[in-house]
Ligand binder design. Structure first.
Ligand SMILES: Cc1ncc(C[n+]2csc(CCOP(=O)(O)OP(=O)(O)O)c2C)c(N)n1
Ligand SMILES: [Mg+2]
Length: 725
């Protein structure tokens, strides 16, 4: 008979329960500060729900009424340097962080509401209503609240989507040598999404000062927690990842505060992440002014029972019991908050012309100017203004032949040497003599703290890189072993990193470089062979560079690293072993944004291409013996395309071929063809032609793989066909 030995998890998992003695021991200042915050947040949200009921909130109004105890109890002991982010239900956490930032010693409930609090509430209200003077100029609204100065680094509409970003903030706190911490708030529903669990693991592996704070309100929209997980005690997830975990009554702000005291001690001492599960209850449905029971997924009786545990009432009761405040003081404090919200409403609302009595509308002058709709998808590049841009022909120095892979390792090493903010991360980048291709050769020996071998968790480490970039103290370079993995990390790349600058109203920068390898032709098959350019080009926010020579790699990487936008640097395995002229011992030159290279002058056909296809196009042109002009784009995104070079060439040749290797479906050239014919139709003598791979993603079989993508032969055939017409 085998025997079973019980195994204890390495990290503790406990429930903290407060006693009356704890309530007696709590300072009057703490309890009055809690009361002020609870009243302001509750009253603010009641006002928002009132606006929603009147149809004055465009989009969802996810109220947290009932759940304020978790937010106030946890934020009240954070400093302004500590950071918090949250999810779609984040008004309470955002406001608790903002109020603590403005008044770390507490707001006196007996005094008039301070002017800076009034201003912050108005700005928050404006943001929730989508108005020009909101924190993000009305672009983010209720689900994207950010005020960096207060350490509120952004709420998120993707369930669990903000959690990897918070890990980036925590990494920055730790490696900047501070004892600041990050807190990431999310719901019970988020506990089952990969990016959250990936981040548990990553944060624990790297011992980051990150508090995972789950508000377990038992429901995700109308789905009860017991329907979607077998272990409903969510703090039990922590010990499996080696994370110290607590369960606490989140309806009790003092209990949450006491847990946070313990958690903060753990975090600030550098002992790694913590998980706090706060049991809370939202009084209303997912969204809007009706209770959940109105939608039949829970009962009125259940709601009544939870309301008896109301956090505001609890704090008020103890304040009165201890003789710190009288019942009238509390009523006065609530009344004052109501009057304040009514006043703030007057600032943004006016009677609706021809409306019913008391019917209101947003004052027209409060709305943003529709003309700014596309402003700030990327930055204005002013950060590059002082850079000395040069191209190969501008150098007087000696030219030497260098390998492409050597150029990558060389420029990365040089930047890490000159810029302590540069951090490299990815799978195996720290081993194998420079990762799987040698691109990071020698870096981990020289910069062990800044070359990070990651777990296989693309969402977590791409998101961590994103959070690090948004924090601003570091310049992350994230490596994806294969470009296809962008689908694995799609939320972080496209919903978070790509959209952040615009969505938050241009209030921050996202200086992230993503190195992404195109491995077409290596026999790695359908899931390791894509060219991601077409996807990045059609998603907002990214800049894309596609270097085809070692010199260009150095110049483009340097510019990408200096740029405050996220930039994907495409690398193609066919180029790694190629060689080309570079400047001897010079890794400090920069290529300008938006400058293509004309690799061959000609007048018959303009061929537009990029990355490894450039060499195949040049070979095809020689084969066919046609006088084509070959443009190597270098910069592929909508904002950085070199329209001067393209237009001059089209005006000369009047015929265009766009050549790329990858599949038709995710092709880069489709939208470019559309754009060229819109801009330059009068100069075109024939429809724009394109060469792409087939519909299927390349197979493993060498024959089928070669048939799936385009190369010299396909370009040559197309050029012959075009020449015949
Ligand atoms: C990835 C993703 N899936 C689904 C949704 C739609 N959605 C928004 S909130 C929500 C429920 C989230 O529940 P929970 O995490 O428990 O937070 P709570 O609303 O209870 O605060 C869902 C399904 C989303 N925004 N993101
Ligand atoms: Mg929930």
């Amino acid at each position: 008979m085998p025997i079973h030995r019980a195994i204890e998890p390495g990290a503790a998992w406990t429930e903290l329960v407060v006693t009356d003695a704890d309530w007696d021991a709590a300072s009057a200042e703490l309890l009055t500060a809690m009361l002020s915050q609870l009243v302001l947040i509750r009253t603010f949200e009641e006002f928002v729900l009132d606006l929603a009921a009147k149809g004055l909130i465009h989009g969802p109004a996810h109220s947290s009424i009932g759940q304020e105890g978790g937010a106030v109890g946890s934020c009240i002991s954070l400093t302004s340097r500590d950071t918090v982010n949250g999810s779609h239900r984040g008004h309470h956490q955002f406001l608790a962080k903002v109020l603590t930032h403005l008044h770390p010693d507490g707001i006196d409930p007996a005094k008039p509401v301070p002017e800076d609090v009034r201003e912050a509430l108005l700005r928050t209200l404006r943001e929730i209503c989508g108005l020009a003077r909101g924190f993000s100029r009305g672009r983010g609204g209720s689900m994207h609240l950010r005020w960096d100065e207060a350490g509120a680094i952004g709420t998120n509409a993707i369930v669990g989507g903000g959690v990897p970003l918070a890990a980036g903030s925590a990494w920055a706190h730790k490696h900047a040598g501070t004892d600041a911490v990050a807190v990431s708030y999310f719901g019970d529903g988020a506990m089952n999404i990969g990016s959250v669990l990936e981040t548990f693991n990553l944060a624990a592996a790297w011992s980051l000062p990150l508090c995972f704070f789950v508000e377990n309100n038992q429901y995700a929209v109308s789905t009860h927690i017991a329907e979607v997980t077998a272990e409903t005690r969510l703090s039990g997830r922590g010990p499996g990842f080696g994370i110290r975990s607590w369960k606490v009554d989140g309806m009790d702000p003092l209990a949450v505060h006491l847990v946070l005291q313990e958690a903060l001690e753990h975090l600030r001492a550098g002992r790694g992440p913590v998980l706090v599960e706060a049991e809370v209850y939202r009084y209303f449905h997912q969204n809007g002014p009706f209770p959940g029971s109105a939608f039949r997924y829970r009962t009125k009786e259940e709601e009544r029972q939870w309301r008896q545990r109301d956090p505001l009432d609890t704090v008020a009761r103890h304040l009165v019991r201890r003789g710190i405040l009288a019942q009238e003081d509390i009523a006065g404090c609530i009344q004052q908050a109501k009057e304040l919200m009514a006043e703030l409403g007057e600032v943004i609302l006016e009677p609706k012309p021809d409306g019913k009595p008391n019917e209101k509308r947003i004052k027209p002058q409060e709305w943003p100017d529709a003309g700014i709709v596309d402003e700030g998808v990327r930055g204005d590049l002013s950060e590059l203004a002082e850079l000395p841009f040069t191209d190969l022909g501008d150098h007087a120095g000696e030219l030497v032949e260098s390998s492409f892979i050597g150029a990558i390792a060389g420029v990365l090493a040089r930047r890490m040497e000159t810029d302590p903010r540069v951090v490299v991360m990815g799978e195996d980048v720290h081993r194998l003599n420079g990762g799987t291709n040698g691109a990071t050769r020698g870096l981990s020996e020289r910069f062990p703290e800044r070359v990070l071998g990651t777990p296989i968790s693309e969402n977590a480490f791409a998101g961590l890189g994103g959070g690090l970039a948004m924090d601003g103290r570091f310049r992350p370079i994230v490596e994806f072993m294969y470009a296809d993995f962008m689908w694995v990390a799609a939320d972080q790349l496209f919903n978070q990193i790509g959209k952040a600058r615009h969505m938050f109203g241009g209030t921050g920068t996202v200086p992230l470089v993503l190195r992404s390898k195109v491995a077409m032709g290596t026999g790695y098959g359908s899931q390791h062979s894509m060219d991601p350019a077409g996807i990045f080009a059609t998603a907002p926010g990214w800049r894309i560079v596609a270097p085809s020579t070692p010199y260009d790699y150095i110049g483009l990487m340097n510019t990408a690293l200096a740029c405050d936008d996220p930039v994907v640097v495409l690398e193609h395995v066919d180029l790694y072993q190629s060689r080309g002229p570079t400047i001897a011992d010079d890794y400090d030159h920069y290529l300008p944004v938006g400058k293509a290279a004309v690799r061959r002058r000609g007048s018959a056909i303009t061929v537009i291409t990029y990355l490894a296809m450039t060499q195949y196009v040049l070979a095809a042109v020689e084969d066919v013996g046609i006088d084509a002009e070959v443009i190597d784009l270098r910069w592929l995104d909508r904002a950085s395309l070199d329209w001067d070079t393209i237009a001059a060439s089209v005006q000369k040749c009047n015929t265009v071929l766009i050549a790329e290797q990858g599949t038709q479906g995710t092709s880069y050239g489709g939208w470019l063809a559309d754009e060229i014919q819109r801009r330059l139709f009068d100069w075109l003598d024939a429809p724009i032609e394109r060469v792409t791979g087939g519909e299927a993603s390349p197979s493993i079989s060498k024959v089928l793989e070669r048939a799936a993508f385009a190369g010299t032969e396909e370009v040559a055939a197309k050029l012959r066909q075009m020449a015949e017409v």
